[in-house]
Design a protein. Structure first.
Length: 380
């Protein structure tokens, strides 16, 4: 049910109540008390679950610039639940915050490999699918993800790729290879005008791919070679940034960079500069899925499941993709997604391109080696 439809239903109900001499409903923006009904909006909307079980607020910890704020406003208006919203910049930041004792979050969005880690650490609550009927809306390929078969702990939020953002006029062409980033002879042409993600799995993984290795390698020799490759081009890197790499490209502060597809497209589509673009390198790169999950320590798990179900509604899922330019895992949202997004091969890659992509996986004990190498890269 759309927001407009919901308001129409509410008006009809209000007239019926008035005709029967019943007391007027509470205002739509009246705060709910945990365990109490959230008022007429929640009762009228089919997207709010059982209003009597909804909490007064729900705490959502998400990636930066990843959700249309209007979605949260709509959820609050429809369901009477305030959303306390906070953001982070990497999976490692998320994990560190949770391990440091943050117990107030109801909903988080870990990526695929981080889901595996959090399951092993017993940090995630199993989902009650009865409270998330919109799971039926997702593409079948996201229902049996290798990191969480059957969506026991997670529901897919968005998916995308990692590649190269560029200014074609300044770079001198379309940089369709990792060679433009990791070959020192090429990279020196962009000295002080190149950015890399501030993310060890992405940066080291891309260097490994450039060298012809798996992006999930734990081989010490291969990782040492990746480290030396990154150090060789580090003098030309203006910044390691995971939050504003798209802005840096649009502003001209950088002319080539390494980043996530939607992060670039949000800013590229908003710009008038036709020289800006995003490309998946011909060698391949990272394909990832970010996922909605509920920590075991969540104080309001039922409301979090209602919010997950809300996000997986076709209308809402399309709103999110049309805002952040990442591909949606919700199949029923496809007709509502902008054509410019659906037809862009950087957002929805061909099967041939997807065959060259890798999911980042849990490295097990190899994580310690990656941590050490990343520390050495950033400190030298």
């Amino acid at each position: 049910m759309s927001k407009t439809q919901s308001l129409v239903v509410m008006l009809i109900l209000a007239l019926l109540v008035s005709a029967c001499g019943a007391a007027p409903a509470a205002p739509a923006d009246a705060p709910a008390t945990a365990g109490e009904s959230t008022g007429g909006d929640a009762a009228a909307s089919g997207r709010c679950g059982d209003p009597s079980k909804l909490s007064e607020s729900v705490s959502f910890y998400n990636w930066t610039d990843y959700l249309d704020p209007e979605v949260l406003n709509m959820f609050t208006a429809e369901c009477g639940v305030k959303v306390v919203y906070d953001t982070y910049s990497s999976n490692e930041d998320l994990l560190a915050k949770m391990q440091a004792g943050a117990t107030g979050y109801d909903l988080i969005i870990p990526s695929d490999y981080m889901v595996s880690i959090m399951i092993q650490l017993d940090m995630l609550k199993e989902l009650d699918h009865a409270n998330i009927p919109n799971l039926a809306n997702i593409y079948p390929r996201f229902a049996e993800a290798p990191y969480d078969p059957g969506n026991v702990y997670t529901a897919p939020y968005q998916w995308g790729t990692t590649g190269i953002g560029y200014n074609e006029a300044e770079v001198g062409g379309i940089p369709d290879s990792w060679d433009y980033i990791f070959n020192p002879e090429v990279a020196q042409k962009f000295a002080g005008k190149m950015s890399l993600l501030n993310d060890q799995r992405e940066v080291i993984g891309a260097a490994l791919k450039y060298l012809g290795h798996s992006m999930n390698s734990v081989d010490p020799d291969e990782l040492e070679a990746a480290k030396q490759t990154i150090l060789a081009i580090k003098p030309y890197v203006a910044t390691f940034d995971s939050d504003s790499f798209g802005d840096l490209l649009v502003s001209g502060d950088v002319i080539i960079g390494h980043g996530w597809s939607g992060g670039y497209f949000q800013d590229i589509y908003a710009s008038d500069n036709e020289n800006l673009g995003y490309v998946i390198p011909k060698e391949g790169g990272v394909i990832w899925t970010d996922n909605l999950a509920i920590p075991k320590t969540a104080p309001n798990p039922y409301t979090a499941e209602v919010l997950i179900n809300y996000i997986l509604d076709a209308d809402i899922a399309a709103m999110i993709t049309n805002f952040n330019y990442y591909a949606s895992p919700v199949e029923t949202a496809e007709p509502l997604i902008l054509d410019e997004i659906k037809q862009d091969s950087g957002i929805y890659p061909s099967e041939e391109t997807l065959a060259k992509m890798e999911f980042l996986r849990d490295l097990g004990e190899g994580t310690l080696l990656w941590d050490r190498i990343w520390t050495e890269i950033k400190s030298e």
